[in-house]
Design a protein around this ligand. Structure first.
Ligand code: MF3
Ligand code: CO
Ligand code: CO
Length: 270
């Protein structure tokens, strides 16, 4: 795609759209808060899906965006990616066991707009390796967010994420990226979590809304997709972690639309 075409397809949200995105994003964040006490050894990822589905549909009166999304249609309402699953794990009847690390990824549609966010959880007491990978991956997300400001090249985001991951002897998954989000689940631009000079061709502008969602591996970066055509796992079966926020580019920086109450002090953790 030529640069001009690619730039044209990035939507700049109006004040009305931004207001709707704030609502959808806060609902997605609330699902992650709601599900937290349910994540413990013995629960199945299918049960977590059912609880989130019912909450989104009945309490929030919103739509779980993953359900029937894509080709083949995603069969569940949330993604649950356990241990060596990188992303797009399909909830099922396997029980979580003590020390499992998992990402829960929530996307809700409210009033036609998508809010997309994910975080890591641990069933019971985290393992040392799982806790460290999860913490470093969350820092990667926050460092990426701090690069968001009008006029900055998109490439700045991947640059800092990659640098911090590598400094901690981890690798960055390259096959999946962040994305513009709004009335569509996935829209331009792509937000790479590693540095590529191509991504410097697009400058951030106020009113852009996109996700940053680094997937960071304990071992090699390579992945394979399971026969279900969704589940992405590390080739070497080592751990992978992911955190995701939906970000608005503002006139003087950024707004984290999917911020949770527990993250109020996030800047002081850096
Ligand atoms: N929420 C994921 C993302 O961040 C996409 C999930 S697509 C699904 O981009 F179909 F697997 F739900
Ligand atoms: Co996303
Ligand atoms: Co997501």
């Amino acid at each position: 795609m030529a640069k001009a075409e690619r730039d044209q397809s990035i939507t700049i949200k109006t004040a009305e759209e931004i207001a709707k995105m704030r609502v959808a994003c806060q609902l997605a964040a609330e699902v992650l808060e709601m599900i937290a006490p349910h994540v413990k050894p013995g629960v199945t990822t299918g049960e977590l899906d059912q609880i989130c589905h019912d909450y989104i549909v009945n309490v929030q009166q919103a739509i779980p965006a993953p359900l029937h999304y894509g080709e083949p249609p995603f069969p569940k309402s949330i993604c649950t990616s356990v241990n060596h699953v990188i992303c797009h794990g399909i909830p099922g009847d396997k029980k979580l066991k003590e020390g499992d690390a998992l990402n829960i990824d929530i996307t809700v549609i409210k009033d036609g707009y998508h809010g997309d966010t994910s975080k890591m959880f641990h069933a019971g007491e985290p393992t040392v390796a799982g806790k460290r990978l999860s913490a470093i991956t969350q820092q990667c997300l926050y460092l990426g967010i701090l690069e968001v400001r009008p006029g900055a090249p998109l490439g700045n985001i991947g640059k800092v994420i990659q640098k911090y991951a590598h400094a901690n002897r981890y690798t960055v998954v390259e096959e999946f990226c962040g994305h513009g989000v709004g009335s569509r689940f996935h829209e331009p631009p792509q937000i790479l979590h590693y540095y590529s000079k191509d991504s410097d061709k697009i400058l951030m502008q106020p009113g852009m809304i996109f996700t940053i969602e680094p997937m960071i591996n304990q071992g090699k970066r390579h992945l394979k997709i399971l026969p279900d055509q969704w589940t992405a796992v590390t080739k070497d079966h080592k751990l992978s972690a992911q955190w995701e926020h939906t970000i608005l580019v503002t006139d003087d920086g950024f707004e984290i639309l999917t911020l949770r109450a527990e993250e109020a002090g996030w800047r002081s953790t850096l």
